[in-house]
Ligand binder design. Structure first.
Ligand code: NDP
Ligand code: MG
Length: 384
């Protein structure tokens, strides 16, 4: 019997790579739900190929086109955020790959957790926005999470078979992004095109900009804190420009375990879909002799101030990381449109942190309200 899968964000970078893997293992995996934001043409094409039971488009204005194309194939269709979240409760799949971008992943992931689904978690923002609440819901549910983010997949693999009490440190590697060697003055003038040109990974636009500011690494520290239930002071980032060592775990006896591989998201996606087992790969294998050297250096928080937001948000707790995430979503979109400068992204986030009321123990409604209030505030500051 194939493993039935819902792909949330099927038209994106992670979503399309997930469908590659589903196609590679037709006896093992079947896409039962495909959901996208607004790229209706790609969604229709994917549905024609994968024949899911349901295709959902978040953008309701595209619904007519989706329905017209898929009705003749007997594929159910739906539109809107609510329909997308409702789809998480369908009984005809057991695993969901959460590959939408930003805050849009939160509510569907919570619904999937409540429905006891297995989660292949790509959408790190879910744990950034509401990590405490989400991990509490996970403890109360039969749902389990296997990370897709390459660093967290590496740590998950390094922790397998180990006693978590013996973990001394999680070491998250970072490529350093396109501006690793630039001065602070130079990065003040970078354009969107320069920031979108990541040296190692081809990803969606938002995470590519987050990698350039290194806020992505701050998000990954927050993600690791919740995923692995490790105290924030035991998590550190190290810059490793070749992106071959995907992350490491140091143990109390001094041993450090690492997972290595070429920079290709197919591996962590395949590992998560295969229930943390090893399925054969069609990608080029890692050949260490192709690399003259693997280097490691300390990150520079003076040059990349967004990095400091991880310890700030984790120390403060409550809705602080939710504010960081929402302000960043607005700031990244504004930077991509040329409305604010590259350093303006950090400034927008700190401005919002100083303005939006802090809530120490937020409920789900508080997170939702914080998100929307921050979006509104940050948008008023980024009008340009
Ligand atoms: P992309 O921008 O490439 O894709 C995003 C996907 O989400 C698209 O399918 C898009 O649909 C969909 N989407 C956007 N907005 C909404 C919405 N409001 N409701 C429903 N669906 C929506 O992003 P990535 O694939 O790069 O990233 C996805 C997630 O995975 C992010 O959280 C990112 O941090 C994480 N991640 C990504 C990695 C990568 O290598 N790309 C690595 C590690 C983590 P459409 O295009 O149709 O509008
Ligand atoms: Mg990552």
């Amino acid at each position: 019997m194939p493993h039935n899968i819902a792909v949330l964000g099927s038209t994106g970078s992670i979503g399309t790579q997930t469908l590659d893997i589903i196609s590679q293992f037709p006896d093992r995996f079947r896409a039962v739900v495909l959901a996208a934001g607004s790229n209706v043409d790609m969604l229709i094409e994917q549905a024609r190929k994968h024949r899911p039971a349901l295709a959902v488009i978040a953008d309701e204005s595209k619904y007519g086109r989706l329905k017209e194309a898929l009705d003749p194939l007997g594929i159910e269709t739906a539109a809107g955020d609510e329909a997308l979240a409702d789809a998480m409760e369908r009984p005809d799949f057991d695993t969901v790959v959460t590959a939408t971008v930003g805050y849009s992943g939160l509510l569907p992931t919570i619904r999937a957790i409540r429905a006891g689904k297995q989660i292949a978690l790509a959408n790190k923002e879910t744990l950034v926005v509401a990590g405490e609440l989400v991990t509490r819901l996970l403890r109360e549910s039969s749902s389990t999470v296997i990370p897709v983010d390459s660093e967290h997949s590496a740590i998950y693999q390094c922790l397998k078979g180990e006693d978590t009490e013996t973990v001394k440190k999680l070491i998250i590697t970072a490529s350093g992004g396109p501006f690793r060697t630039w001065t602070r003055e130079e990065t003040a003038r970078v354009t969107a095109a320069q920031a979108l040109n990541h040296p190692r990974w081809h990803m969606g636009a938002k995470i590519t900009i987050d990698s350039a500011t290194m806020l992505n690494k701050a998000f990954e520290i927050i993600e690791a804190r919740w995923l692995f239930d490790v105290a924030p002071e035991k998590i550190e980032a190290v810059v490793h420009p070749q992106s071959i060592v995907h992350s490491m775990v140091e143990y109390v006896d001094g041993a450090v375990k690492a997972q290595l591989g070429i920079p290709d998201m197919h591996l962590p996606i395949r590992y998560a879909l295969g229930d943390a087992t090893r399925l054969p790969s069609e990608e080029r294998p890692l050949s260490l002799s192709d690399y003259a050297q693997l280097t490691f250096e300390k990150p520079d928080p003076e040059k990349f101030p967004c990095l400091t937001l991880a310890s700030y948000a984790l120390t403060k707790g409550g809705n602080a990381a939710c504010i960081v995430n929402a302000a960043n979503e607005v700031a990244v979109a504004a930077f991509l449109k040329g409305k604010i400068s590259f350093p303006g992204i950090y400034d927008t986030i700190t401005d919002a942190l100083g303005h939006i009321p802090y809530i120490a123990s937020p409920s789900l409604d508080d997170y939702v309200a914080t998100h929307h209030a921050t979006i509104e505030y940050a948008a008023s500051k980024c009008r340009g």
